[in-house]
Design a protein around this ligand. Structure first.
Ligand SMILES: Nc1ncnc2c1ncn2[C@@H]1O[C@H](COP(=O)(O)OP(=O)(O)OP(=O)(O)O)[C@@H](O)[C@H]1O
Ligand SMILES: [Mg+2]
Length: 268
C-alpha cells in the first residue's frame, strides 16, 4: 500500500501522462491513495477574483497562507474542484478508476481549528493573530478509503479537513499525506515534487536516516523542510520508508521505488 502526494508544483498542467502511466503500472501491484497540493493555483485564482492572498511566517520559519472565510471558500473551490478533478480526469483517461474526495467526505480528515497563530512580521516581531480556517489533523477516518481500495478504486484526497463545528479547514498537503499514510498503515509514502529530492550543497541526498535529519534541518528551505518533517511524522507512525522525489522524470514513481532517484528517508 502506497500513499503518494503530488505536489502542486508539478500539477500546473494537471497530472502528466508520463506520471499517470507509471501510476497505472504501480497500481497493478499496490493499492494507492493519492493526495495533492495546488497552492499556487489557489493564489492565482484568488487574485483573479480580487482576493490577494496573504502569507504568514511562523516563529519556526514555516510560511503559510492566511486563510480567512473568503479564502477557505476559494481554497475549497480550487483544490476540491479544479485541482482534484483534473487529476481524476487524467487517471480516468488511462483507465484507472479514480475517485476524487476531500477530507470533508465522510470526515476522512478531522482537525482542530487553530484558534490563534503566532506570526513573525517583516521586522522579526512576534504577533498573535486569529487562526482563521486552518487546522491540525487530530483524527483520520479510514473506512471510506479502505472500502474503495478493497474494490480497486484509486482515492484522490484533497487536503481539507473537517472541524468539530463542521467547517472546512486548510491543512498542509505533505502532512496530510504523512498522517493518512500512518492511519492507512501504508508501507511507503512518496512525496512527488519539482526537484530531484533533498538537495544539500547542490547535490541530491540519496538516503538519509531520521536520526541524521536534525543535523541538516537548518540548511533546508521552505517547501522541502515541510516534506522532511512530514516524512519523520510518517516514519513515527509506522510507515517503513519515505521517498521525496521529482514527479517530472521518466517513470517517476517506479524509479523512486527502486531507489534509482530521489531521497529515501528511513527510521534508522
Ligand atoms: N535543501 C533543499 N532541497 C530541495 N529543495 C529545497 C531545499 N530547500 C528548499 N527547497 C525548495 O522546496 C521546493 C519544493 O517544495 P514546494 O512546496 O515548493 O513544492 P510542492 O510541495 O511540490 O508543491 P505544493 O506545496 O504546491 O504541494 C523546491 O522547489 C525547492 O525550491
Ligand atoms: Mg509544498
Amino acid at each position: 500500500m502506497l500513499v503518494i502526494k503530488m505536489g502542486g508544483s508539478i500539477l500546473k498542467e494537471g497530472a502528466s501522462a508520463e506520471l499517470v502511466s507509471d501510476l497505472k503500472e504501480i497500481a497493478k501491484q499496490h493499492k494507492i491513495v493519492l493526495v495533492h497540493g495546488g497552492g499556487v493555483e489557489v493564489t492565482e485564482i484568488a487574485s483573479k477574483l480580487g482576493k490577494e492572498q496573504k502569507f504568514i511566517m511562523s516563529p519556526e520559519g514555516f510560511r503559510s497562507r492566511y486563510t480567512d472565510k473568503e479564502t477557505i471558500d476559494i481554497y475549497t473551490m480550487v483544490m476540491a474542484g479544479k485541482m482534484n478533478k483534473q487529476i481524476v480526469l487524467a487517471l480516468q483517461s488511462q483507465g484507472l478508476r479514480a475517485v476524487g474526495l476531500s477530507g470533508l467526505d465522510d470526515a476522512i480528515l478531522q482537525a482542530e481549528r487553530k484558534t490563534r497563530l503566532i506570526v513573525v512580521d517583516e521586522r522579526g516581531r512576534k504577533k498573535v493573530i486569529d487562526g482563521g480556517y486552518t487546522g491540525k489533523i487530530t483524527q483520520v477516518n479510514t473506512e471510506l478509503p479502505n472500502l474503495l481500495l478493497e474494490k480497486g478504486y484509486v482515492p484522490i484526497v484533497t487536503p481539507i479537513a473537517l472541524s468539530h463545528d463542521c467547517e472546512p479547514l486548510n491543512v498542509d498537503g505533505d502532512r496530510t499525506a504523512a498522517i493518512l499514510a500512518g492511519a492507512l498503515k501504508a508501507d511507503i509514502l512518496v512525496l512527488l515534487t519539482d526537484v530531484e529530492g533533498l538537495m544539500l550543497k547542490g547535490e541530491r541526498v540519496p538516503k538519509i536516516a531520521a536520526t541524521e535529519v536534525k543535523e541538516v534541518l537548518s540548511k533546508i528551505g521552505g517547501g522541502m523542510s515541510t516534506k522532511i518533517h512530514a516524512g519523520l511524522e510518517a516514519l513515527n507512525q509506522g510507515v517503513k520508508e519515505v521517498i521525496v522525489t521529482s514527479g517530472t522524470t521518466k517513470q517517476p514513481i517506479s524509479s523512486a521505488l527502486n531507489h534509482q532517484v530521489g531521497t529515501v528517508i528511513t527510521s534508522e
